[in-house]
Ligand binder design. Structure first.
Ligand code: NAG
Ligand code: NAG
Ligand code: NAG
Ligand code: NAG
Ligand code: NAG
Ligand code: NAG
Length: 915
């Protein structure tokens, strides 16, 4: 057995290649370690739960889309105008950034017949590929935008005049600026009128390129070599620097972020690696060596891992650069997942700009060494590094040596950087681990805003968008992450393709395939009362005691009175006088049931019901329903009294529990009218006096409450409520829950109209008991027993139950499944495991529920609950060979496969790869 952990190999310096006694063996060994880790991490790894969940329909978000227009994936905020520019399929829009529902302008850019024909002749689809997907929108000057589109796999760029919002109509070649394939990853940034791109340079998408285009110079680009770029997926690029005002006279740099196939690790299949690469803004290429190529291209590995669990997040999906006043204060935020998407973990790592610079300016180089005949591997270069340092930007020191531009760099330096673009030293995250790890989500986008809270400290608020249209808002407080809220930004469950933030409008803009959505950065007004506002721990929000409202601190005229505590210490809130006079009076008929609603929206709080100031413990007659409401079954005189719904929220940062009253009721029996109808009077008397016997009957029968519970409350609530006794039957056995109490009454006893029950309608159970009819009891028992048997059989048939039942099932139905016997056996273990996990989870939740059962929380949770535990993959062995999300195009590159291990050293840019 091999003891190597890939994580060690990837983080530990000096050990780059995993020893390879026998390639396939080793691959599986590492794979085994990995899969073990995945399981461990997904079950034991740290992960956070959003405190509040907002459904799309609860929020009045501003949305924009036009019929027949899709793929609103390119967004550009104008700093000078009130404009959000949106690049979609065959159209560019100018929207108001204050309100994206307001459209100022639209420009269309369709594909003419001839290029369309050429595209379809090359085997591309007319409806999907051979359209013009606008992918580049950059500001040139106050009057013009630079726009590029895929243009039927023949990328083109043009200028868009803002005055009349029309295209120049003189398209330029877009090769190297925009991707050919609309689904291929790609990035651009405009710096001082020059367009920096990371994309593919050919039709097949097999020739990656990082280039700079400027109208006055020729294209500067990367070598076409796997040691420079190896099947990269570009995610982001931006310039970082002081605008050329650095003391050492060093240039600004353009940083690129991408995921590529590693060259330095040997692995079963393709091992992906997140990278940061950089080029100098002033680079002009070399004089003889590296003509029209970058002389400053260097790249390093980005590390985002959990060292304590040996788990590596090796795919970067998006990067946000949080720029400070000084370039040294810049923090780079990235969202990562693992190459093995089914783990369902996403992480956010942050990098210190100083540390990044350090790696590029001082890091050791790696070099390719040939082992045996053809096998190459990458090792640390221990030779003498030429001077000036290869890849360094021109600075004052070089200028003193008469090297004032890259054209003057000595050949030795240039030849070295050409062969050694990869640095050995990795870029480690701040704190050596992720800022944030979330389970069961795939983050696709990230933006960060720095907020000065009322405590005077600065907090980085992290907004992450998922592939299901959900936005998470998180804040790091003293090293611990708190997810303030999750917001269903998009109506449909689709990926957030682009996310922008404007501090000016205090809005987020999300682009997706179906439209653009604008959302405020905070929903302070929705938090009430004070305790909820403070417990939300939202740096944007504070409680205004004067207005008795939760307000955005940037809206407040004066911040002095506001109450905010980012550790969630709600004891700073003014003490609420117990508003017992506000208790709602609820009158019910004896023997019928009472429903007391209670709404609270914190997923971190537990709901506790109190009756007459003591916590409800008796399970049989009390059930939580709906959003923590209380259902009292068969109300008796001693059930009268004060009922209070309390939310108990644990604020870990404050180290305290905070309880607050969510709802209060005074429950009273509706006494019979003065001249009572004879039957009613008897009943009331009997129900009152005969109560002890009723109790006795119930405790004998015991099944009453327990069996009804699953029918009345959704399964999750049986787990979330402490006062409910553990259900005797598996709640998942019951058919879909009905929330109304009247619906569950046995049909044969139900009055004709359930909506308008006649006055003498009462609880069926009470009626049975009133007659003290043992036949009825027996009948009831038989009915439930039959139901139980049916449910058992059904679940067994549906394979919900573990092994013994499965074997029985296999024996009964096995004949036509014999061909799949092996698969079945392999899956059995997985099923048993998942059953065990399921049970464990339930028990855990019964003891210490962490989340209430709000409908919103539920629906959002449904999105999350698709992770590893609930859907064991029986085909795990094949998963690692699958590329991650968004990387599918690289899988389809037809000619790349053979090029992989043959370095194409000096091949020049051609339409077809030359291997
Ligand atoms: C464009 O949008 C359509 C419709 O939502 C979607 O099916 C397609 O995958 C999108 N294409 C790209 C390249 O994003
Ligand atoms: C980055 O690192 C430098 C040097 O170690 C330190 O001075 C600076 O405060 C760090 N910045 C951040 C944002 O952590
Ligand atoms: C730089 O160039 C100047 C004039 O061309 C020359 O006098 C000087 O010696 C050179 N310095 C170095 C370090 O080569
Ligand atoms: C995340 O993405 C992967 C790969 O596309 C997919 O298999 C997985 O189901 C997704 N997970 C969630 C929770 O959406
Ligand atoms: C509440 O107190 C009243 C009067 O003290 C009593 O009659 C009633 O039974 C109590 N209710 C509960 C649910 O304990
Ligand atoms: C906080 O409340 C929870 C649930 O009521 C309880 O389990 C926990 O012990 C309490 N913690 C403290 C410190 O009081």
């Amino acid at each position: 057995m091999h003891q190597y952990s890939l994580a060690d190999a990837m983080t530990e310096k000096g050990n780059f290649t995993l020893p390879k006694p026998s390639e396939s063996n080793m691959g599986f060994g590492v794979l085994g370690v990995f899969l073990g880790l995945l399981l461990e991490v997904s079950t034991h790894g740290p992960h956070a739960v959003p405190r509040t969940s907002w459904r799309h329909q609860d929020l009045d978000l501003m949305e924009f889309s036009e019929p027949e227009i899709f793929n609103y994936s390119t967004l550009l905020l104008s700093e000078k105008r009130d404009a959000l520019y949106v690049g979609a399929r065959e159209a560019v829009f100018e929207l108001s950034k204050k309100n994206v529902t307001v459209k100022y302008n639209k420009a269309q850019w369709t594909v003419a017949e001839k290029p369309m024909m050429m595209c379809t002749q090359k085997g591309k689809s007319k409806e999907r590929d051979c359209l013009n997907y606008i992918r580049v929108l950059q500001v040139v000057d106050d009057e013009r935008l630079y726009v590029c589109g895929t243009h039927a796999f023949q990328p083109q760029c043009d200028y868009l005049k803002l005055a009349d919002f029309s295209l120049d109509g003189r398209p330029e070649d877009g090769r190297g600026k925009c991707s050919f394939d609309p689904s291929q990853s790609f990035t651009t940034v405009m710096v001082d009128g020059e367009l920096y791109s990371g994309t593919a340079y050919n039709f097949l998408g097999s020739e990656p390129i990082i280039s700079r285009y400027s109208p006055s110079q020729s294209l500067l680009r990367t070598e076409y070599s796997t040691s420079w770029l190896n099947e990269p997926s570009f995610v982001f690029a931006d310039v970082i620097g002081d605008g050329g005002n650095r003391v050492d006279g060093e240039d600004d740099k353009i940083y690129y972020f991408f995921t590529e196939v590693s060259v330095e690790y040997e692995f079963f299949g393709k091992l992906l690696i997140p990278r940061v690469a950089r080029v100098c803004k002033g680079d002009l290429g070399g004089q003889r060596t590296l003509q029209k190529k970058w002389t400053s291209f260097l790249k390093a590995k980005l590390v985002c891992s959990m060292p304590e669990l040996n788990f590596v997040f090796n795919v970067v999906h998006d990067v946000f650069i949080l720029k400070g006043a000084d370039w040294r204060d810049t923090v780079i935020y990235g969202v990562f997942t693992s190459q093995w998407g089914n783990v369902g973990l996403s992480a956010v790592c942050a990098y210190n700009m100083t540390a990044v610079e350090e790696v590029f300016s001082k890091g050791k180089f790696m070099q390719k060494a040939t082992v045996g005949h053809s096998h190459t591997k990458w090792v640390r270069d221990n030779g003498v590094t030429p001077s000036p340092r290869p890849g360094a930007c021109i600075n004052n020191l070089m200028r003193r040596q008469n090297i004032s531009s890259s054209l003057h760099l000595p050949d030795k330096t240039l030849q070295f950087v050409k062969d050694h673009p990869l640095l050995e030293d990795p870029v480690l995250p701040i704190g050596n681990g992720p800022r944030l790890i979330t389970k069961d989500v795939n983050y696709t986008q990230i933006v960060v805003e720095r907020v000065r809270a009322l405590d005077g400290n600065i907090y980085d608020v992290i907004f992450t968008g998922t592939d299901k249209g959900v936005l998470h808002k998180s804040v790091v407080y003293e090293g611990d992450v708190h997810i303030v809220e999750e917001i269903q930004l998009l109506k449909n469950s689709e990926s957030i393709k682009n996310l922008l933030l404007s501090s000016e409008t205090r809005s987020l803009y999300a682009g997706s395939d179906s439209g653009v959505v604008q959302s405020p950065t905070a929903f302070c007004g929705r938090y009430a009362p004070c305790a909820d506002c403070v417990l939300s721990r939202d740096p944007y929000c504070a409680w205004d005691p004067q207005a008795a409202a939760c307000v955005n601190i940037f809206d407040a005229l004066s911040q002095s009175e506001l109450i905010q505590s980012l550790n969630g210490d709600a004891s700073k809130c003014p003490t609420v006088v117990s508003p017992s006079q506000n208790f709602r009076r609820v009158a019910v008929k004896p023997g019928s049931s009472a429903e007391l609603p209670c709404l609270g929206h914190s997923n971190l709080a537990q709901v506790m019901w109190k009756a007459n100031d003591s916590a409800l413990t008796e399970a049989s007659r009390f059930h939580l329903i709906g959003e923590n409401g209380l259902l009292i079954y068969s109300v008796a005189p001693e059930d009268q009294g004060r009922y209070e719904c309390w939310s108990v929220e644990w604020a870990p940062a404050a180290g305290k529990n905070f309880s607050r009253l969510l709802a209060g009721y005074v429950l009273a029996l509706d006494l019979p009218p003065p001249p009572p109808p004879p039957r009613q009077a008897t009943f009331a008397a009997e129900a009152g006096e005969g109560r002890p016997s009723v109790r006795a009957a119930k405790s004998n029968g015991e099944t009453d409450g327990a069996l009804l519970t699953p029918g009345l409350a959704p399964p999750s609530f049986t787990a979330a409520v402490r006062l409910t006794s553990p259900p005797q039957t598996d709640s998942s056995l019951t058919p879909p829950p009905s929330s109304s109490t009247t619906k569950f009454q046995p049909k044969q006893r139900l009055p004709p109209s359930a909506d308008a029950p006649p006055p003498e309608s009462r609880d069926p159970a009470a009626e049975y008991l009133q007659h003290n009819n043992s036949t009825a009891l027996l009948f009831l028992f038989l009915l439930f027993f039959l139901l139980f048997l049916a449910a058992l059989a059904y679940n067994c048939y549906m394979q919900y139950l573990p092994a013994p039942c499965l074997r029985l099932r296999a024996a009964l139905l096995g004949s036509h499944k014999s061909a799949n016997q092996a698969t079945y056996l392999a899956c059995e273990a997985g099923l048993m495991e998942s059953a065990a996990v399921g049970v464990g989870e339930k028990i855990h939740m019964t003891e210490a529920p962490t989340r209430n059962g709000g409908q919103a929380a539920q629906s959002l949770r449904a999105l999350r609950d698709t992770g590893y535990e609930t859907e064991p993959e029986c085909g795990n062995g094949q998963i690692p060979s699958r590329p991650p999300a968004g990387d599918s195009p690289s899988q389809e590159k037809p000619f790349d496969v053979d090029c992989e291990f043959q370095p194409i050293e000096f091949a020049d840019a051609d339409e077809t790869p030359s291997c």
